[in-house]
Write a new protein. Structure first.
Length: 627
């Protein structure tokens, strides 16, 4: 089936259509910013690359002028109330059509030269797919398992140079002329309620496109009033419809402001800027800092939770979600604000998630919602807006992304790509939710771990943009103990490192419990002691030589001195008596070696201390196979 889809996708592309790949389960495009393919046709090489993966992909066609003519589709839907009612598409001229997987019809048209068609809903159960829209085409499979099919049966795409579509004049469209006749009636179908709204939007857009002053904006508004008088067949007076017209007009005005901002590189509405004086800031009551999880996840903030594979990141986020859903303390220590949680997990199958949820004690009444393996990309505007709708509908206050690398299509090492991702996430925060995402650590290049803030993989902009950064690490030689560090917290003083205990059931973790503070200084000394022992396997070295090597590896001088002292106190290294040193060596003051003649053994670089793990792959791994 995959090969058949790839072959058909290439044929559609060759015939002039702009092809895009779609997720089979929800018809969402699998590429970010796919709307551009409505105006620029996808290339043969792009199509080959999209269908080169093993995963199943439906074929989508982007509507718009991508092939020189403007493609749009009239989409007849079926009522979902069991009545089998279908949208009324009477009056639409005959053209190439298909039967969709749900049993409706889709009529394909070329727009008349000079016309532009936008998405709209002219009648109940009838949608228009124009610029910014896309449709699924045969031999794709509907989420319900039915196959899309052309009503004219199978036809040979190799024999046609251009799709045999009817050319429909002024259907939901506007002529691209210098002046649009104000009394132009949109044709194609009778002017219904939805179509009249689209007409308002088209006329408003035409006049606002060149408006630059408040006076010109108001003239555009009057033009829409006049247009509505000319086409409205209701006896209802204009005064009673003005609120409705103003609502449509103001929406188009905001869209035009955003569009001009993007074209000029400015994405803010200057009319909304507030200039703050120092006095304003000092005297303004901003209220107390609010938290989703006290001291860990700030309200309406962005939190990164990073670690190595196998460090329980996903398990902990599930624990956090359950705790917030119930309004109980995270790790039994940090109070929460009870709220709904949405988790986007692009790494694990729902079967795996079910096991983990049950092990951690989740119940059917927990206010947690999941999106799992849907190919969601948060840098795609349409996908983000769909997530926003869910957040508003379910009153979600925390969005968890597991993991960041799976939910965007950019390059995590590219600052511009990541800026687009975080710009999209900022809209989630503006809607009233907080964001928590898991992320992986970069492969460690040296032996030291001083620069915790730079531990996360990818562009430094990731660290710069977050409000809070938490790190998790398995405690050396105690796999059921985890260390949580907080290198960054904007809203308050960062917490000192602390330990949590992994409560184990028969099949895996059953919870997490706060143990207490973690002695970072002692940990550093232990790390240094381990490294010094390795260095001395190659022969004795002076204190100054050891310091020189470890300072390059980002260990601090105090930590180095503490580490040498610890190793010596534990009897793992010994100071070389001065009588065994040459005159020149004695000038270096102190030499160290391994006791019992163990020096001279080569360093085994394959077995570094447990604290110096390397990331071998992105996928989360756990101590318990299959979970």
């Amino acid at each position: 089936m995959s090969e058949e889809l790839k072959a058909m996708a290439l044929k559609y592309n060759k015939s002039g259509l702009s092809v895009i790949p779609l997720h089979q389960e929800n018809k969402i495009p699998l590429i970010s910013k796919w709307e551009r393919y409505g105006t620029t046709r996808s290339t043969e090489q792009e199509v080959k690359s999209w269908w080169n993966a093993d995963s199943y992909r439906n074929i989508g066609i982007a509507c718009g002028p991508a092939n020189g003519k403007f493609l749009f589709v009239v989409d007849q839907d079926i009522a979902k109330d069991g009545s089998e009612r279908k949208g009324d598409i009477s009056g639409c001229p005959p053209t190439l059509s298909q039967t969709t997987g749900s049993g409706g019809k889709q009529l394909f048209y070329w727009a008349h030269a000079g016309y532009e068609v936008r998405n709209g809903k002219p009648r109940p159960l009838v949608d228009i797919r124009g610029l910014g829209g896309q449709v699924v085409v045969p031999p794709s499979i509907h989420p319900n398992g039915n196959k899309y099919s052309w009503d004219m049966g199978e036809f040979n795409l190799d024999d046609i140079q251009e799709f045999p579509l009817a050319e429909l004049e002024t259907f939901l469209g506007k002529q691209n002329e210098e002046k649009l006749p104000i009394n132009e009636v949109i044709g194609g179908l009778p002017v219904g309620e939805g179509l009249r709204h689209m007409g308002m939007a088209q006329v408003a857009g035409h006049y606002l496109r060149t408006a630059k002053t408040p006076e010109q904006i108001e003239l555009a508004r009057l033009a829409v009033y006049e247009w509505d008088r000319s086409v409205n067949k209701s006896p209802e007076p204009l005064a009673e419809r003005r609120k409705e017209i103003d609502s449509v007009f103001n929406g188009i005005l905001k869209s035009e402001i955003r569009k001009r901002g993007k074209e000029s590189g400015m994405q803010i509405d200057l009319s909304q800027i507030k200039l703050w004086s120092i006095a304003d800031i000092l005297t303004h009551d901003f209220g107390e800092q609010e938290w989703v999880v006290e001291s860990l996840i700030p309200k309406q903030g962005m939190t990164a939770f990073s670690g190595n594979p196998g460090d329980f990141k996903t398990w902990i986020t599930i624990h956090v979600a359950i705790s917030i859903s119930r309004g109980v303390a995270v790790f039994g220590k940090f109070p929460t604000t009870q709220a709904g949680v949405l988790v986007i997990d692009e790494e694990d199958h729902l079967r795996v998630l079910k096991k983990r949820l049950k092990l951690l004690g989740a119940t059917e009444t927990d206010n947690i919602h999941y999106l799992s393996q849907n190919g969601i990309k948060m840098d795609d505007d349409k996908t983000r807006d769909a997530i926003l709708d869910i957040i508003k509908e379910k009153n979600i206050k925390l969005l968890i992304l597991d993991s960041l690398v799976r939910v965007h299509s950019g390059d995590e090492n590219d600052a511009k790509s990541m800026a687009e991702v975080f710009s999209s996430l900022q809209k989630i925060i503006s809607a009233g939710a907080s964001v928590l995402f898991t992320h992986h650590h970069r492969k460690q290049q040296g032996l030291g771990t001083n620069n915790l803030g730079q531990s996360m993989r990818g562009s430094s902009d990731i660290l710069a943009v977050v409000d809070c950064h938490m790190m998790v690490e398995k405690k050396k030689d105690e796999p059921d103990r985890l260390i949580i560090r907080q290198p960054k917290l904007r809203q308050a003083e960062a917490l000192q490192p602390f330990e949590i205990k992994v409560a184990k059931g028969e099949l895996g973790p059953s919870g997490f419990e706060y143990v207490g503070g973690y002695d970072e200084k002692k940990k550093k000394a232990e790390e240094v002691a381990d490294v010094v022992i390795m260095l001395l396997k190659d022969g004795m070295k002076s204190r100054s030589e050891i310091q020189e090597i470890l300072l390059e590896e980002e260990f601090g001088k105090t930590a180095i001195d503490d580490g040498i002292k610890l190793a010596e106190g534990d009897g793992k290294i010994e100071r070389v008596p001065s009588k065994e040193l040459t005159r020149e060596e004695n000038k270096r003051k102190a030499y160290y070696r391994l006791p019992g003649g163990l020096q001279g053994v080569a360093i085994d670089l394959e077995h570094l201390p447990a604290s110096h793990t390397h990331i071998g792959k992105e996928k989360q791994e756990d101590e318990w196979a299959g979970l």
